[in-house]
Design a protein around this ligand. Structure first.
Ligand code: SF4
Length: 248
């Protein structure tokens, strides 16, 4: 297959060349700029505004990505596009993934799913794995955590199931916010009805991103919230296990 050059551009926040937490293996992780959500615990609040960050071309990214191809292959890794919200720049992200697949590099999209399906579909054509962040199953809590509504994310999850798109679900466990049993129970039940979910990850809340909020002079509302304890994580895992869902 020939590599097709393109002048497609987009805005990114940063790149991590040896990521190990955003999909399988060792990954080249691209953090895109711009996000419509305002998660209370966001680690990357500087990704919010679409006009910030720096402009890059897909060609520049692909040239750089190819330097890491051997260890991505060796480790069963690939390229992950996260953010921010990658689906705010659908043409840019689709083109990155299309070019990666031409090079036989595994592609992972990390998204909140807060997008209309017509926007997402052309991107999903080139995605091997979706990491879908469902930040709460309870609607009110979801709105409180993200400042947006839950329904688009659930629609997105249902669509991934319809097209049999391999996906991992990620859930941030925040004490006194997302940890209610009925919230986790609802999420586990919802996931148990999907056939395309390969993995569920609980991400215990911690405050490593707090300093960025301070630097940006944003009000960090979770400053008095404790980190999620191992006991709380185990309690959440046990709820998923009631639905025969293995959690990592
Ligand atoms: S979706 Fe991600 S980048 Fe956007 S506000 Fe939430 S945590 Fe931050």
């Amino acid at each position: 297959m020939t590599n097709t050059l393109t002048t497609q551009k987009g805005r990114i926040h940063s790149i991590e060349t040896c990521g190990t937490v955003d999909g399988p293996g060792i990954r080249y992780v691209i953090f895109t700029q711009g996000c419509p959500l305002r998660c209370l615990y966001c680690h990357n609040p500087d990704c919010r505004h679409p006009e910030d960050g720096k402009e890059v071309t897909v060609d520049e990214l692909i040239t750089d990505i190819q330097k890491y191809k051997s260890y991505m292959k060796f480790s069963g890794g690939g390229v992950t596009v996260t953010g921010g919200e990658p689906l705010m720049q659908p043409e840019f992200v689709a083109e990155i993934f299309r070019r990666c697949q031409e090079l036989e590099i595994h592609t992972t999209l990390d998204t909140s799913g807060y997008v209309n399906l017509a926007t997402a579909k052309p991107v999903l054509k080139y995605v091997d794995l979706v990491l879908l962040d469902i930040k709460s199953f309870d609607k009110k809590t979801y709105q409180q955590v993200t400042q947006v509504s839950l329904e688009p994310t659930l629609n997105f999850a249902r669509y991934l199931n319809v097209i049999n798109q391999p996906a991992w679900i990620r859930f941030v466990l925040v004490p006194n916010l997302t940890d209610a049993s009925n919230n986790i129970n609802g999420l586990a039940k919802f996931i148990s009805q999907l056939n395309n979910i390969e993995r569920v990850e609980i991400l215990p809340f911690h405050k490593m991103g707090e300093y960025k909020w301070k630097q940006l002079r944003y009000d960090y509302k979770l400053k008095n919230t404790p980190s999620a304890s191992p006991e709380l994580v185990n309690k959440a895992k046990a709820i998923f296990q009631e639905y025969s869902i293995e959690v990592y």
